[in-house]
Write a protein that binds this ligand. Structure first.
Ligand code: PMP
Length: 366
């Protein structure tokens, strides 16, 4: 029997574990920050028709540059953030924002280069960084999971990274960064600054997007995804907005025809039905704020959230609480600082199940 250890795998991959949020069949999956609202019947029909339309051309490669889709994404961003002033030339798309991040590291990271992040943050940033052969350096966020601009700048000056990751709203904490912190990092950073805005559409009123900074900062990249607010996680469509020269850099590393004709057609159809798809966002924001208030009412510590999930704690034995909830059919996520747990915001019925399961797990862990 050949095992992984017997293969001539890269030394730096030996002993690594694959990424793995558990995919369990449970009544209530609140662990991967998906949007709980599936597409309506009308949209399912439109998506089916869009796939039918391209099906007859699948003998041909798709548009390698996904030009029409990028135009649609730019129009969406301009509506989301007035003043963004984007065109398709400043937008790039790939199979999920994870692939976007991978392409950024292929172009701007690599052997002898360094990427810096502020943890706790999205666990795939260091994983994709290392797989690209780039060195990962982590600096920490503040105790309240914010990021003091002076501390961030000090970390950038110390490590002089080729790529800096700022996640806002941050996963797993939910906290968003003020533009001053992002601009301070942009001024100090010698390389590219990536603001991962996977959860931007869930931000509270008054929380800004870094898109407004693009005009003044050619080394800024803002990444977004259709997996969260857009309720299209299964489509695998992530994208970025940046200076056109950054898009030129990514063209050097992307695989030819990386975005299938089916993906492009489905994503464009979803964007055309954006109002419906984003229709759940308001309800999710409300559920989130109610969840934060309920958890605080229990006397727990709860991070401020501008996203569709809530980080709460602290539990000396978080595994016991996580297991107690799973035993009651509610799957949440053991992620972030050791004594904290994260719950994704679901439907009102799912959140009622969450509250019942947590109350029960705290009184009787099983
Ligand atoms: N960035 C952040 C902060 C995320 O939480 C996620 C998904 N969990 C992603 C990027 C990747 O999402 P996708 O590849 O589905 O676009």
């Amino acid at each position: 029997m050949t095992s992984l250890d017997d293969l001539p795998i890269r030394d730096d991959l030996r002993g690594r574990e694959p990424y793995g949020a558990p995919q369990l069949d449970v009544p209530c999956a609140l662990n991967t920050n998906e949007n709980p609202y599936p597409p309506s019947e009308r949209l399912v029909k439109a998506l089916g028709e869009a796939v039918m339309d391209v099906a007859g051309t699948l003998n041909r490669y798709p548009d390698r540059d996904a030009a029409a889709l990028r135009d649609d994404l730019a129009a969406f961003l301009n509506a989301d953030t007035p003043g963004a002033g984007l065109s398709g030339r400043r937008v790039w798309a790939a199979n999920g924002s994870n692939e976007i991040i991978q392409q950024i590291l292929q172009a701007f990271g690599g052997a002898g280069r360094t990427a810096l992040g502020f943890e706790p943050s999205y666990s795939m940033h260091p994983i994709i960084t290392r797989v690209s052969g780039t060195r990962w350096v982590d600096a920490s966020r503040d105790a309240d999971f914010g990021l003091d601009p002076a501390r961030a700048v000090a970390a950038v000056r110390e490590h002089r990274p080729d790529v800096v990751f700022l996640t806002s709203p941050n996963n797993p904490t939910g906290t968003a960064l003020p533009l001053e912190a992002i601009e301070a990092v942009l001024r100090a950073a010698p390389g590219m600054v990536v603001v991962d805005e996977a959860y931007a559409e869930f931000r509270r009123a008054g929380t800004p997007s870094a898109l407004t900074l693009l005009e003044r900062h050619p080394r800024l990249i803002v990444t977004r995804t259709m997996s969260k607010a857009f309720a299209m996680a299964g489509t695998r469509l992530g994208y970025l907005a940046a200076h056109p020269a950054v898009v030129d850099a990514l063209l050097l590393v992307r695989l030819p025809y990386h975005l299938s004709a089916v993906t492009q057609a489905v994503a464009r159809t979803a964007l055309a039905h954006g109002e419906e798809l984003l229709g759940g966002v308001e309800a999710l924001r409300g559920e989130r704020d109610r969840t934060v208030a309920w958890l605080r009412g229990l006397g727990l510590r709860v991070a401020d959230s501008d996203a569709n999930f809530v980080l709460f704690g602290t539990f000396p034995d978080r595994r016991a609480v996580w297991e107690g909830m799973l035993a009651r059919g509610v799957l949440i996520r053991e992620v972030g600082p050791p004594e904290w747990l994260r719950v994704s915001v679901g439907t009102p019925a799912e959140m009622a199940a969450f509250r019942a399961a947590l109350s029960a797990a705290l009184t009787d862990p099983q």
